[in-house]
Design a protein around this ligand. Structure first.
Ligand SMILES: [Zn+2]
Length: 444
């Protein structure tokens, strides 16, 4: 065996990092095997979300909640990371949840991580924008020298083909990703200087980019992240197909399953090959509601006995709207007003999400049509029930990105959530448990 690239190879480039890295791995805050990322934009549904995890646990699926909120969401809503932490802590205390839970600084970068340092114990380091910035030829070639195990015939347990790689191919992949993995290292070390050793979970995300990463690319990326001494516990690649916000997967489900399984095999491989944490697992930034790939994911997890972190998007906020509409009266009126103002501000709302939504504007009803709807019509259009002919994915996507319009309502919106709480929280819990936790971790 080539002894330069096994477990010891991970830490063979810098004395100080060796010790720090080793200690961090020894007493690392460990993410449980199954976890679900939940978004709670207005910080009022943590209890309802936690109830879904309690239901899953009662049925045999231990899935820990991770409350995630990105800087972008905080800015749009005008909220602070402290509020996410407070809502999570309060829900956990109120409901007597004794299993772990976490607060995720979602999609942070060097310039946005600061305000999360005190409140988050999970950091999703987003380096997608660094992908494709070409690394120095010398760095790429040094990477290949360090990783000769990636050249020639590369066999990975669980993948029934052998990767035949050339030096040029691995060097090209390294050139494409090394700037991104170096940036991840920089941000990780920045966080580590502000937090107690091993006291947080690190994810690296590369999903918000144009082209998917192949399993071979993922292998190279993980080798490079190990070189950066990052005690990585979850990695979020971009898969092929469309992962639009709040609606189902669009793409070749068979191809997804193959890719997902190969990624699981790559993860199991790198844990041993590069000494990454045993807990390392895939993170699927699902954008919520990818119903058609949940069964393939469940099969893959069973086949590899693998863990999973699955991030839903802020669709809890849509359940708030559904609960308001279902309540009728003032709740419905507010939900209608929010739709009308979302329609008025469509350009502004869709801009930041352009790559993850596909709205057919010709299928958006006018504000006056929606104002004439009763509770049932509003709920049918919005609730993600593909068997209901009145379900409208265009309305759903517009409202999904329209949370700024609710934020603009300020206290009126929050008061409505309180007065319609029974309806809202029932929808939040049912949605998370029945449409997500059950099909991914239990059965359909
Ligand atoms: Zn993401």
């Amino acid at each position: 065996m080539d002894n330069c690239h096994g477990k010891n190879g991970l830490f063979n480039t810098g004395g100080e990092s060796y010790d720090a890295g080793h200690k961090a791995m020894g007493k690392l805050l460990k993410l449980e095997k199954y976890s679900i990322g939940v978004g709670d934009r207005f910080a009022h549904q943590a209890r309802a979300q936690l109830r879904a995890c309690i239901q899953a646990a009662a049925q045999g699926a231990d899935v820990v909640p991770v409350w995630n909120k990105s800087n972008r969401e905080h800015l749009i809503i005008g909220s602070e990371p402290a509020s996410t932490r407070a809502a999570a802590d309060e829900a956990v205390t109120d409901l007597g949840w004794h299993r772990p839970y976490h607060v995720d600084a979602d999609h942070i970068r060097q310039e946005t991580v600061g305000r999360f340092l005190e409140h988050a114990d999970f950091y999703t380091i987003d380096v997608a924008d660094w992908i494709g910035r070409p690394a120095d030829t010398a760095d790429a070639s040094a990477f290949v020298e360090r990783h000769k195990e990636l050249l020639g015939n590369v066999a990975i347990a669980g993948i029934d083909r052998i990767f035949h790689t050339s030096r040029a191919e691995i060097e090209a992949i390294a050139r494409k990703y090394l700037v991104a993995t170096a940036e991840a290292g920089k941000i990780y070390r920045h966080i580590a200087t502000h937090k107690a050793l091993g006291s947080f979970i690190t994810e690296v995300s590369m999903d918000e980019t144009d082209s998917p990463q192949t399993p071979l690319e993922l292998l190279v990326i993980l080798a490079a992240l190990a070189d950066e001494h990052i005690p990585l516990q979850t990695v979020a690649p971009k898969f092929s197909g469309r992962f639009n916000k709040g609606v189902d997967y669009v793409g070749d489900v068979g191809q997804f399953e193959k890719e997902f399984c190969e990624d699981l095999a790559v993860i199991a491989h790198v844990v041993h090959r590069y000494g990454l944490p045993e807990a390392l697992k895939l993170s699927v930034h699902s954008g919520s509601d990818k119903f058609s790939i949940y069964a393939p994911m469940r099969r893959g997890l069973a086949r590899f006995n693998a863990g999973l972190h699955v991030k839903t998007a802020g669709t809890t906020w849509l359940e708030e709207l559904i609960g308001l509409a279902e309540s009728g009266g003032e709740g419905l009126a507010l939900a209608q007003e929010i739709y009308a103002s979302a329609l008025d501000h469509i350009e502004e709302l869709c801009g930041p999400y352009a790559t993850v939504i596909d709205i057919d504007r010709s299928r958006l009803p006018s504000a006056s049509v929606v104002n004439g709807w009763g509770p049932e019509q509003y709920v049918s259009a919005l609730r993600h029930d593909q068997r209901n002919p009145a379900y409208n994915p265009n309305v759903r996507q517009l409202l999904h990105v329209g949370y700024k319009m609710a934020a603009k309502q300020g206290q009126r919106y929050l008061d409505a959530l309180k007065s319609c709480e029974a309806c809202v929280s029932r929808n939040v819990t049912t949605n998370l448990f029945e449409r997500h936790l059950r099909p991914i971790f239990l059965s359909t």
